[in-house]
Design a protein around this ligand. Sequence first.
Ligand code: NDP
Ligand code: MG
Length: 385
Amino acid sequence: MNSLIILGSTGSIGAQALDVAEKLSLKVEALTANSDAKKLEEQARKFKPRLAALADEKAAAELKIKLADTNTKVLSGIEGVTECAAFGENPTVLNSIVGMAGLRPTLAAAKAGRRIALANKESLVAGGKLVKTAVKENNAELLPVDSEHSAIFQSIQGCKDKKEIKKIILTASGGPFFGKKRHELKSVTLQDALKHPNWSMGAKITVDSATMFNKGLELIEAVWLFDVAPENIEIVVHRESIVHSLVEFADNSVIAQLGLPDMRIPIQYAITYPNRFESPVGSLNLAQIGKLTFFEPDYETFKCINICRDAINRGGLYPAAANAANEEANELFRKGKIPFLAIGDIIEEALLDIENKEEYRLEDVEEISDAARERVRRLSEKYTL
Ligand code: NDP
Ligand code: MG
């Protein structure tokens, strides 16, 4: 098995990836984060990577001093993080950065021909075509870490002709506000939104799960990963998060992957594929769970799903604009600047009159993303809590 580089190692997925690396006795070559010098120092002392990087320059300077007595070289800025993504002989690069800040590092790993274990769905949503092209041209590998996409990937093992895939059924937990109507969500707080029923995750994705924008991102992620048209991807709410997603084939046979909701299973599979090893995650006891339930999503209350469906149907730069608008609106909500329901309303309005381009470069993605963020900030001014 190859050694490992973890981008975003101080986060929820990053920490679980280090746990997997430890259990598999994998050598860790590089670790990166944004500004958490304290945690990165602890991780670097334990895993002894050759490189560490912090995107925040000030925090990187601090880390350099902290690690001066070790053999870990410290880099800074997003350039430093991106350099880590292409470092070493042939490590697997696990990208668990949050947000489209992960796009340049994903592209760097692809251009270096690496196996990329991708948790950072925003980089695929924003720059899908760029990532896919770089992966193809450089013989890189793109393996999903997102639990639903890992489930789909596991379910299509052995399928030789993609035409046999009739549809993908993406499961969604429904988040903390499942069953609520729009008017009941008017005054929900950040604390309410952070109470995810089944998963413990970073703050941004937890809020994305509450708005269900996360499922919209995952729909777009699935289009890019599996080459399936958006209309052939169905979403079903499954409260227990045991069936991680399903694939229906030409003969109407449906294959699914099940397991306890613990990200260390898909993280490990992306690293060890096509092999499987023992896992620290417990085994599934279906009789104890007793009942698995499935529901249609409530598209009126959770309109963010359709915002994303619309964006991928329009194509070009729309998904990038939708992703950036969401990153900004999600952050404004977390900072207490806008109410919960404003997230979807503002994103919707920010996407009106986007100047789309079918063919695009990285600079176009970054430009449209900045413009979408700016629009969201402007629109947010008319909302008060
Ligand atoms: P966290 O917020 O817990 O961690 C994010 C990581 O990214 C941290 O290491 C953070 O560093 C780093 N980071 C943040 N901003 C930047 C930046 N501008 N440049 C470089 N690094 C940065 O997020 P999660 O671990 O929850 O999620 C990570 C990704 O995985 C997301 O794309 C999410 O959608 C996806 N994912 C997560 C799941 C989960 O269970 N958590 C499940 C499926 C997918 P610092 O600590 O210094 O801020
Ligand atoms: Mg997921």
